[in-house]
Design a protein around this ligand. Structure first.
Ligand code: PLP
Length: 366
């Protein structure tokens, strides 16, 4: 980290920069941890929004039991950064990856998701050959229709088959209610999430009834966790992106009570007309596809178009004073797809730079 930059005012930095408001992020972390704790549910935040062990450790300090991630390579980064309890909430397939999971078991305690015996049997064989045991959970399809075992007999039989294998330990089930995040009417959203969680918990009950212990029942994302946490039988939630909060969660998923903490700092590099300003932050700096970024402090400035390296703003009467060289902050529309474009987070306390964190999980896709 270039220590010489610590203490520098935000507006004195070169741009574009991916910025974290540390006070806001820490407050979001505390709120999410406290909400889970107050309902007796564990918090296992998905780390795909930050991919940064330093932030994972902050989450754990606030009470998270560990993290959720999507890739073996992300889990390796987290383990190297000191995180032990890591759920890889994804299907892991291929001899090289099974080897890596078994090796990872020597320095962390991963859990691997599956929805078919064909993913687990070879993993168990590799684990046996290394003399380790890895925890496995079944992902159940709750209606998202992405991956997941069918609830009911298929799930129970898979749990029984896994429980008979040596080299892996059947640890529970998970489901992701991602198809329910954007239901507009709150009561309807809550009802549908409750039904979906009841379906997941009924799978747990059937597994236990068949004689197989099933400790973990994991679910939930930022767009749903406020309801999911309250559902009976859920033992942990995976909500992660809320630590940054963004217009996708706020506007499309109607999540309140968390503050925007992730922005892009950019510079006005051109003022072609009275009502048009161009910033040095295009699609290679921020992704607008899931939700449109918000211009901070200039309510009547709208994003008109993003090309690779340019962001064109349409200005209203209150933002026409913007001039070449001015700095502008944009709230990132959806954190996940913007973080992966950057090498570093710049963390600010107020307007002063406090820390630069390398995004160590960037590019870790395997
Ligand atoms: C398996 C899984 N869990 C949880 C989440 C929620 O993550 P977040 O809270 O960052 O939106 C997702 C989002 O895609 C997911 O795929």
């Amino acid at each position: 980290m270039p220590q010489s930059l610590v203490g520098v005012h935000k507006f004195d930095l070169d741009t574009p920069v991916l910025c974290i408001d540390l006070d806001r992020m820490e407050s979001n972390i505390q709120k999410m941890a406290a909400y889970c704790r107050s309902h007796g549910v564990q918090w296992r935040p998905h780390e795909k929004c930050h991919k940064t062990p330093a932030i994972a450790l902050k989450e754990i300090e606030a009470g998270a039991m560990g993290v959720t991630c999507a890739k073996v390579s992300e889990a390796e980064v987290m383990a190297a950064g000191g995180v032990r309890d890591i759920l890889i909430a994804n299907m892991i397939v291929g001899p090289r990856k099974w080897e890596r999971v078994a090796a990872l078991r020597r320095w962390a305690d991963p859990i691997v998701a599956c929805d078919h015996f064909a993913q687990v049997e070879p993993l168990a064989a590799v684990c046996r050959s290394h003399g380790v045991e890895v925890r496995v959970i079944i992902e159940v399809n709750l209606g998202l229709d992405r991956v997941g075992a069918t609830p009911g007999r298929d799930t129970v039989e898979l749990a029984q088959a896994i429980s008979r294998l040596k080299g892996v330990k059947f640890a529970g089930i998970m489901g992701y209610e991602g198809h329910l995040l954007q239901i507009a009417e709150p009561a309807d959203k809550e009802r549908q999430i409750r039904e979906s969680m009841a379906l997941l918990v009924s799978c747990r009950d059937q597994i236990v009834k068949s004689g197989v212990p099933c400790d973990i029942v994991s679910a939930g994302g930022t767009g749903s966790y406020q309801y999911t946490v309250k559902c009976p039988g859920i033992t942990e939630v995976q909500a992660g992106g809320g630590i940054f909060m963004d217009p996708y969660y706020r506007v499309k998923c109607q999540v309140q009570d968390l503050d925007y903490a992730l922005t892009i700092l950019a510079t006005v590099v051109s003022r072609p007309t009275l009502d048009r300003a161009v910033l040095d932050a295009g699609r290679k700096t921020l992704n607008p596809d899931v939700a449109t970024p918000v211009v901070v402090g200039y309510e009547d400035a709208q994003i008109k178009r993003l090309s690779a390296e340019h962001c064109e703003l349409t200005l209203g009467p209150n933002s026409r004073n913007l001039k070449i060289g001015d700095k502008v902050e944009l709230v990132v529309g959806y954190g996940d797809f913007t973080t992966v474009l950057h090498d570093e987070f710049y963390g600010f306390r107020g307007d002063r730079l406090e820390v630069i964190w390398p995004i160590l999980g960037r590019g870790k896709l395997q």
